[in-house]
Design a protein. Structure first.
Length: 105
């Protein structure tokens, strides 16, 4: 990502602090491609936010075609870090696909 807008100062829940560097809005450009289609340029924006004192980070992501501004992909969800060093990430995509991922920080 090329740029980030930092969040305003809020009282973060202790489990959020290790991931606080993510908070804010990140924007950039990229190029995608698959064997069956031509390469394409796209813009992307990610937004991470946290409500004061809550042990969760809200997440949204969207992409668009750079040449036309037409929307491409979007998803949203929550990152849920746990006191034991694990994390759960729940994401819903605009296509109806839902992901639940679990891992370690």
């Amino acid at each position: 990502m090329d740029s980030v807008t930092p969040p305003s100062a809020v009282a973060l829940h202790p489990v959020i602090v290790p991931l606080s560097y993510l908070l804010g809005t990140w924007r950039g450009q990229g190029e995608g491609g698959y064997p069956t289609i031509n390469s394409f340029a796209y813009g992307e924006e990610l937004h991470f936010s946290s409500n004061p004192g809550k042990p969760v980070i809200a997440y949204t992501q969207k992409t668009w075609k750079l040449n036309s501004g037409e929307p491409m992909h979007a998803e949203s969800g929550y990152w849920r870090p746990k006191p034991d060093g694990t994390i759960e990430v729940v994401i819903a995509q605009s296509t109806g696909l839902v992901e639940v991922q679990k891992g370690n920080l």
